[in-house]
Design a protein around this ligand. Structure first.
Ligand code: HEM
Length: 445
């Protein structure tokens, strides 16, 4: 028995973080205390002004899931899973195990208690007609892979979502939930040329958004949840994202400061499902994610005046003087400098209060390309852009309405970006201590 197995995991992770922090001379208490002092995430505005102190733990239990009205952390790891089981009880067991592990990790603990090893959500059954005793013994596996031991909670939030495939797939009511599919969980329309959704980056029966102030903490969370899901669900696609540590600009070079919709309406009317939705969704929301690839190389060849007229904003005040020599100052009212094509901001502003944007930049290295059209070229192209994330109570009047306008009118930008993946998912209400995420859906009939 080693030192770790002798000590409760929470103590282990807490002890390391306290020690580190103590050495840094910063006075903090343990993660449990931090969780207690953290405000409830009941209102949209409550957390927005909070600091991004990695020693803080965000609350897990509550009416709403974390990671929505939570001030955005600097890193995200988003994972979409396919259910590989055919049994409703397995899905329930998985959600119970995921809820328990997510609550622990949010609080800065290991995914499961270190003693006793890994507990899968569902004990694998022997192959049909087989004998359990003939199953290969995988041996004891560690309850947690350990890469965040000693690290603080890092404001981790874990947000679960349900895709259309949970309700039915290929016309089959797999888990007896087809009748519970919310009306607003629509099949996403295709928006034309800028919409080239690749199956390997699209959809999923269950999704998890892990956000944290440390990329390793976010990845750790997904890694543990995927381990627990063995035999029940498998990862279909993932996407990482980041926000600059200082500043708020995304890769086109413009400020990306999200506004909180309904700043004056702390009830979060635009985000939380109310009485108009199914009972199990009340207090929940709908998430739309889009992997939007920028043609960075082409964008970088454009004059700054064009870029500013395309977005409808100045890049930086110090550029204003240079800008004035070449063009009029763009504004959201009259964004186009060279023609009458409106700017992004002019197009999307009317829809600003219909969604809460919580997007990240992504940078997945380079792809090799070979083009046969003039000017024939081979070379490397960045695979980078925006992992657009938004929450709303009704995606038909939120993302879909706004994006339809963009697809039809945002011509100055549409030639530089392509939507290559993502999806729409129902994010059920939060869980109270003792409940599991999605419980009311499974108990609703
Ligand atoms: C490549 C992806 C995109 C880029 C580079 C981009 C860029 C920007 C920028 C620079 C702003 C102003 C700063 C801010 O408030 O964040 C903005 C605002 C906004 N964008 Fe986008 N955007 C993108 C995609 C989208 C998509 C897909 C939607 C929705 C379908 C959208 C909806 C909005 C809305 C609603 C606002 C707020 C406008 C306001 O406050 O008046 N954007 N975007």
């Amino acid at each position: 028995m080693n030192w770790f197995t002798n000590h409760p995991p929470h103590f282990v992770r807490w002890m390391f973080s306290s020690l580190t922090i103590g050495l840094m001379g910063i006075a903090v208490s343990g993660s449990a205390a931090a969780a207690q002092s953290a405000p409830s995430n009941d209102s949209v505005t409550a957390n927005w002004g909070k600091t991004q102190d990695p020693n803080r733990a965000e609350p897990f239990w509550g009416e709403h899931q974390g990671g929505i009205a939570t001030k955005p952390q600097h890193f995200t790891y988003f994972a979409a899973f396919d259910l590989t089981t055919t049994k409703r009880e397995d899905v329930i067991s998985l959600l119970k195990a995921w809820t328990a592990a997510a609550a622990r990790m949010t609080d800065g603990e290991t995914a499961q208690p270190m003693e006793g090893g890994l507990k899968l959500a569902v004990i694998p059954a022997p192959p049909q007609g087989g004998d359990a005793s003939e199953m290969p013994d995988p041996g004891p596996r560690a309850a947690d892979t350990g890469e965040v031991l000693g690290m603080p909670p890092s404001r981790l939030t874990i947000t679960f979502g349900f895709g259309a495939g949970l309700f039915s797939k290929d016309g089959k009511d797999r888990f007896g939930l087809a009748a519970q599919r919310p009306e607003v969980l629509v099949d996403m329309p295709n928006f034309g040329a800028i919409d080239q959704m690749a199956p390997e980056h699209t959809g999923g029966d269950l999704v998890i958004q892990a956000c944290a102030e440390d990329p390793q903490v976010a990845f750790h969370a997904i890694r543990q949840l995927a381990r627990i899901a063995e035999g029940v669900a498998a990862i279909h696609w993932v996407q990482t994202g980041y926000r600059p540590i200082a500043g708020d600009r995304h890769l086109l070079g413009f400020s990306a400061e999200e506004k909180v919709p309904g700043m004056n309406a702390p009830s979060g009317e635009a985000i939380w499902v109310g009485k108009d939705g199914p009972e199990w969704m009340r207090g929940g929301s709908y998430i739309v994610v889009r992997r939007i690839r920028f043609a960075v190389e082409h964008w970088d060849q454009m004059p700054q005046a064009y870029q500013e007229s395309a977005i409808g904003a100045m890049k930086h005040p110090h550029m204003e003087a240079d800008q004035a020599q070449t063009t009029e100052k763009p504004s959201t009212d009259n964004a186009a400098t060279d023609d009458s094509v409106p700017a992004h901001l002019a197009i999307v502003s009317p829809g600003r209060d219909s969604m809460l944007r919580r997007s990240y930049s992504y940078n997945d290295g380079v792809n090799f390309i070979s083009e046969r059209w003039p000017p024939w070229r081979q070379g490397l192209e960045y695979d980078a852009g925006m992992f657009f994330v938004c929450f709303q109570r009704d995606p038909r009047t939120g993302f879909i309405a706004v994006f339809r306008q963009m697809a039809n009118r945002d011509f100055k930008l549409n030639q530089f970006w392509t939507h290559v993946g993502g999806g729409l998912f129902a994010v059920p209400r939060g869980a109270k201590q003792g409940e599991y995420i999605g419980q009311r859906l499974f108990e609703s009939h």
